[in-house]
Structure formats: structure tokens, C-alpha cells
Write a protein that binds this ligand. Structure first.
Ligand code: 1HE
Length: 266
């Protein structure tokens, strides 16, 4: 892995690359990767400056925790209107990578709480280590989610479970998180990054058009009415299958050069 040179990147995040895989590490371990303005701006700077030849990104956290969520020390210095702008900025930055150019694979461990869970929910694939746990302590702290949590988390686990998490401060462990859909993969402690890299390599091997369609069309189709969804799907399918890259992959399969869709255990 080598350093990825992105101008203006703060030290609160670390950027690296290995071939066509990019790495983004939340790097405030002394504050459990609490999300202050600098760190959130760093996420924006990273994705805005990501080289075009990066095909997938692995996002993870330094230290014992993925992220302790919003930096609560900043909250005390914001008034109401500043809080609205702050929240809207998180929406903008998280949308930037959820609806960006390349899929993001999150590797979760330790606390994945509050804003940390909101970032994780904006990623496309989530790997968790056994140490991971999920919580929305906003309820206990007298605040409310502000990083898109009310929009994204119900789409993963349902509004009813999120309501319980916020009202009672319930936490879910890594195994429960897997069963509920908070994560897609569960691995032993210390094995998350390797799993994330393996998945990123698979994702990076897809055509860019397919990855774009999955990232952009799929969630929008899930949000709209069926006739509109069928229409968008047809257009996306036609665009994807018409590309030269798709045609050559189909030919590879028919001429027995491509792998079969055999069962693998993830
Ligand atoms: C922090 C934060 C933070 C740690 N903001 N400084 N999030 C929370 O309610 C979670 C708050 N954090 C915790 O419950 C714990 O820190 C952890 C369970 C994540 C980790 O515990 P531990 O024992 O490993 O670390 P620690 O000793 O609690 O924290 C180490 C330092 O990080 C300490 O600072 P220090 O100067 O005393 O060393 C902590 O104060 C600091 N720290 N977490 C600020 N969150 C836009 S809406 C989103 C709303 C939310 O995300 S609400 C959820 C907030």
C-alpha cells in the first residue's frame, strides 16, 4: 500500500492506495474517531480528490473503534441555525460518496455509534469484525440523528427497530447486526481489513457501468413507484448491456473463458 497524495487532506484522515483500491482511514484514535468538522471535511476532500483509476474504496477506523459518532465537544458551541447547517453538511458529504463514482466497503469494529453508524449506512458494503457493536446514543444525549440516519438506517433495519434503539439506548452486537442487515459480512477480530480488500477487489473487477447502475439506480428504484422503477430498470439494463465491455464479457462466458456463477460462501 502506498500513500495517496490528495491535496488539502487533514491528518484526521489517512489516504492510501494499492493498485485500483483506495483506502480511507478515520485517524483520530485518541478521540475514538469522533467526527469533528475537520474529519468530515477530510472525508469530502478524499472523495473529491480520488484519482479516476481507483475503482473501489475501503473505509475503516484507526484504533479500537470505527467511530464514536459526532464530536460532542463541538455541539456546545453551535446554535440552532448552525446545527441545521452542520447536519445538512453531513448529508451533502455522505451523499457525495454514497452517490459517488465508486463503491465504498466499510470495515467496522468496536463502537459503530451515532454518526459512525450513519457513515457506515452510507457505504455500499459493510464488513464487521466480532468486536463491532451498533448504537444510537443520540436519544440518551438529548439530541437526534443528523447525518442521514433517519433516512438510511430504517432502509436497513426498519423504522421500528431504529425507534427502539433511539428510545431505549439498546445496542446490537456484531452477530445481531449481521442478522438484521446492519452488516453484510462478519469476520474474526483483526480479519476485517483483509475481507474488505477481498470484496473491494471483486467490486473493482466489475464494469464501471454496472457499479454505477447498482449504486445510483438501485436505491432510487427502491424509493419510487413500480411503473417508474420498471422504466428506470429497463433503461439502466439497456445502457449497461450495450457497452463494449459488457458485450465482451458475455462473449467470454459463451466461449467458456469466464467463471461460472458457482456458489461461494461469501
Ligand atoms: C469523544 C467522543 C465523542 C470519545 N465526542 N469526544 N457519541 C456517543 O455518545 C459516544 C461517546 N463515546 C463513548 O461512549 C466512548 O468514548 C466509546 C464507547 C466510543 C469508547 O470508550 P473508551 O473507553 O474506549 O474511550 P473514552 O475514554 O470514552 O474516550 C477517549 C477520548 O475520546 C476521551 O477524551 P479525553 O480527552 O478524555 O481523552 C473522550 O471524551 C473522547 N471521545 N467519544 C467527543 N463522541 C450529526 S448527528 C450524530 C449524532 C451522534 O453521533 S450522537 C453520538 C455521540
Amino acid at each position: 500500500r502506498i500513500k495517496l497524495d490528495i491535496p488539502g487532506l487533514p491528518t484526521a484522515v489517512t489516504a492510501e492506495r494499492d493498485g485500483d483500491i483506495g483506502f480511507l482511514k478515520l485517524s483520530r484514535p485518541e478521540k475514538r474517531n469522533a467526527l469533528n468538522d475537520t474529519l468530515v471535511n477530510g472525508i469530502e476532500t478524499y472523495f473529491a480528490g480520488l484519482p479516476e483509476d481507483i475503482r473501489a474504496v475501503v473505509l475503516y477506523g484507526e484504533g479500537d473503534h470505527f467511530s464514536a459518532g459526532l464530536d460532542l465537544s463541538e455541539l456546545t458551541v453551535r446554535n440552532t441555525v448552525e446545527s441545521v447547517h452542520h447536519s445538512r453538511n453531513w448529508h451533502r458529504v455522505f451523499d457525495l460518496f454514497e452517490f459517488g463514482k465508486v463503491p465504498v466497503i466499510a470495515v467496522l469494529h468496536g463502537a459503530v455509534v451515532g454518526g459512525g453508524l450513519e457513515i457506515a449506512a452510507a457505504c455500499h458494503v459493510r464488513v464487521s469484525e466480532k468486536s463491532a457493536y451498533y448504537a444510537l446514543p443520540e436519544g440518551v444525549r438529548g439530541i437526534y440523528v443528523g447525518g442521514g440516519g433517519s433516512v438510511r438506517i430504517p432502509r436497513l433495519i426498519g423504522a421500528s427497530r431504529m425507534m427502539d434503539m433511539m428510545l431505549t439506548g439498546r445496542t446490537y452486537g456484531a452477530e445481531e447486526g449481521l442478522a438484521l442487515g446492519l452488516s453484510h459480512y462478519l469476520v474474526e477480530n483483526g480479519a476485517g481489513l483483509d475481507k474488505g480488500i477481498e470484496l473491494a477487489q471483486r467490486v473493482a473487477a466489475n464494469t464501471r457501468m454496472t457499479n454505477y447502475a447498482v449504486m445510483h439506480a438501485l436505491p432510487r428504484i427502491a424509493d419510487i413507484d413500480r411503473p417508474g422503477g420498471y422504466m428506470m430498470e429497463s433503461l439502466m439494463a439497456a445502457i449497461a448491456s450495450g457497452s463494449d465491455e459488457a458485450q465482451s464479457r458475455l462473449k467470454d462466458f459463451l466461449e467458456k473463458r469466464a467463471p461460472k456463477a458457482l456458489h461461494n460462501k461469501g
